[in-house]
Write a protein that binds this ligand. Structure first.
Ligand code: CTP
Ligand code: MG
Length: 227
């Protein structure tokens, strides 16, 4: 697969990749762990660069691996690499600050969702271009969901029909993401949560099973079967 970052693409993508991958177990930063012989980050960036809308990619790397990551991605796609922060939110903010003028649509995409298809990137970008200030890909929840007390007893069975599991890339009009980040005082696990906090309506589009987040060793095994 050869990646081409489109010079006409109107979308900048921020790739937080500075996490330590604690839940994946020992073996270094998660974005640099191998899947089919290549780092997760390489898989993720290659697929982003194949999306025709994408004109700019900014990666937030572990602070001690910025030049290593820049060299790693050099043959994959033109990218800007910045040092990430102590939290995902800080890493996203660092990448956002490096987006050049002229990109009015910004997507945020976890390096850990290494196999996300370019088509999902396009559908999120298209929804932002179509007028939504904030867009997230979602999947229906398939398991029965129960609320459980600290002692382990079931408190209630939750109606799952209105629940959705949320993926990345999440897409924003640039000013919405900037405003959400500058207004954020507490930690959020996703960027759309910060947009909700400032009152921005968040639109959903269908997600993709292939955009699974690689969190635990089991997920890495699933991803290597998908590859
Ligand atoms: N991330 C980041 N900067 C951080 C923490 C996380 O850029 N300080 C990135 C990760 O590299 C990943 C994405 O945010 O691409 C989603 O985070 P997660 O899946 O939790 O990855 P890790 O934080 O690396 O994993 P863990 O929580 O198990 O340590
Ligand atoms: Mg984490």
């Amino acid at each position: 697969m050869t990646a081409h970052v489109s010079v006409r693409g109107d979308v900048a993508v921020l790739v937080p990749a500075a996490g330590m991958g604690v839940r994946l177990g020992p073996g270094g930063p998660k974005a640099l762990r191998l899947l089919g012989g290549e780092p997760l980050l390489v898989h993720a960036v290659r697929r982003l660069a194949l999306a025709p809308s994408v004109g700019c990619i900014v990666v937030a790397a572990p602070a001690d691996a910025v030049s290593f990551v820049a060299e790693l991605l050099e043959p994959v796609a033109p990218v800007t690499v910045v040092p990430g922060g102590a939290t995902r939110q800080a890493s996203v903010a660092a990448a956002l600050a490096a987006v050049p003028d002229g990109f009015d649509i910004v997507l945020v995409h976890d390096a850990a969702r290494a196999l996300t298809p370019p088509e999902l990137v396009e559908s999120v970008a298209a929804a932002v271009r179509g007028g939504h200030g904030a867009v997230i890909p979602v999947l229906p929840v398939v398991d029965t969901i129960k609320q459980v007390s600290d002692s382990g007893s079931v408190v209630a069975t939750v109606d799952r029909s209105s629940l959705r599991a949320v993926q990345t890339p999440q897409g924003f009009r640039r000013e919405v993401l900037e405003k959400a980040h500058s207004a954020a005082i507490d930690e959020h696990t996703d960027d759309a949560g910060m947009a909700e906090r400032i009152g921005e309506p968040v639109h959903t589009v269908p997600g993709s099973e292939a955009a699974l987040k690689i969190t635990r060793p089991f997920d890495l095994a699933v991803a290597s079967l998908l590859l």
